[in-house]
Design a protein around this ligand. Structure first.
Ligand SMILES: [Zn+2]
Length: 408
């Protein structure tokens, strides 16, 4: 048996009046998912337990079955591993966004999804001005970058706000602060760097050009979710399966690397709606030749939710169905004779009306071989999943079910 999970980041939503009280997933035209849903078991899974951040690292760790209490570190550390950079014991890595503030308000967590070239130029400039023995800035993908603080005096234990959950708020009310005396030095330095970035970025030619073009300038850095060296069991230790991850974004690639899985970022994978969906499907197929399990993560829908763009969210769901899930299933049938079990789920909701992650449990289906399908359920969405036979799974229960050798 081979196993594939299509992880559609941020897909879950709530009923929308202008869609006749359907959700975007219910409304979207998804013939390939429908085919899977006609022969599937349904259920819900709690990805974001109370007491944890509503971040994608938490959600994807939950899905893959790592114990959050034992394994969770900040997202900066996970993304650093995603970029292939391991941490030593005296380094804390923070995720660092390029963001837009206007009239003292945080208006865009992504600086208008700034292009890689423009972001690269700004990050090179910041690096030249700010890097020293203790501080190291590292270029990532577009607005998603990293900040390393090196020294015994720094810690991940500071309170921070997630920029994609903080739109419309005064940015100076959101600054990192110490939740413990040992976090004071770290919080003070982060605040100092944020203010310094404002001075440096304000008049930079890249930003002047963006403003002239009517785009949001990247006029502030926003470090958040610091993490130190994580300790996690490998995926193979957890399930006895050889696993692989396909994704564009470093947080997911990092989780894969920390779990000693094979990680692939296919050519043209961007984390946005212009991503190369076909290449992702094909990368998944190639990996299954010598792996048991592949986790194909797609970021685009999450970004549409944060933008509050309903039309774009529906389009992204339809593109994933037509350009990734459909081609994957066809190519698998051509190339493999092994049975296949497939799962679809989001890591968390991002309702377009809320534009931020919510903690609601997520809908999943498992389709393919060795199933006793839910007989009355024929379409995959947030509502049908509530009627499925696997309600409220948590922790590693979902992966244990998925990999179960019994009929499920
Ligand atoms: Zn998100």
């Amino acid at each position: 048996m081979k196993y594939v999970t299509f992880l559609i980041d941020g897909m879950a939503d709530i009923s929308i009046p202008e869609l006749n009280n359907r959700t975007p997933l219910e409304y979207a035209y998804t013939p390939n998912m429908d085919k899977m849903a006609a022969n599937a078991v349904y259920g819900t899974f709690l990805t974001l337990p109370k007491g944890y951040s509503t971040s994608s690292d938490v959600a994807n760790m939950s899905i893959l079955g790592w114990d959050l209490a034992e394994c969770l570190t900040g997202r900066g550390a996970i993304e650093s591993y995603g970029a292939g950079i391991e941490l030593d014991d005296r380094t804390v890595a923070f995720r660092m966004n390029l963001i837009t503030v206007k009239d003292d308000v945080l208006i865009d967590y992504s600086a208008g999804h700034i292009s890689e070239d423009e972001a690269g130029e700004l990050i090179d400039f910041l690096k030249q001005e700010m890097d020293n023995d203790q501080i190291c800035i590292r270029k990532g993908v577009s607005y998603r970058n990293l900040l390393y603080l090196q020294g015994e005096e720094f810690t991940e234990d500071v309170d921070y706000e997630k920029p994609d959950s903080s739109h419309g708020q005064y940015w100076e009310d959101l600054l990192p602060c110490a939740n413990d005396p040992k976090g004071v030095k770290t919080a003070e330095l982060l605040v100092e760097l944020i203010y310094k970035s404002m001075e440096l970025l304000e008049k930079h030619p890249v930003n002047l050009k963006r403003i002239a073009e009517g785009k949001n300038p990247a006029n502030l850095i926003w470090p958040w979710s610091g993490g130190s060296r994580p300790k996690m069991p490998s995926f193979n230790d957890l399930y006895g399966k050889k696993g692989a991850v396909v994704s564009a974004v470093e947080v997911i690639l990092g989780l894969g690397r920390l779990g000693k899985m094979t990680v692939i970022k296919p050519e043209g994978a961007t984390g946005w709606i212009d991503t190369n969906y076909e290449n992702k499907a094909h990368a998944g197929i190639e990996l299954l030749k010598d792996h048991d399990f592949v986790y194909i993560h797609i970021e685009a829908v999450d970004e549409c939710g944060h933008l509050g763009d309903l039309k774009l969210k529906i389009q992204a769901i339809e593109d994933i169905d037509r350009r990734l899930i459909g081609p994957f299933i066809r190519e698998y049938a051509e190339k493999f004779s092994d049975d296949l079990r497939m799962m679809i789920l989001p890591d968390h909701p991002v309702p377009v009306s809320i534009r931020a992650h919510t903690r609601d449990k997520v809908p999943f289906i498992i389709s393919g071989s060795n199933l006793d399908p839910d007989p009355n359920l024929k379409a995959y969405n947030e509502k049908t999943a509530l009627q499925g036979k696997y309600a409220d799974l948590k922790g590693r229960e979902l992966m244990d079910l998925f990999f179960s050798e019994k009929t499920i």
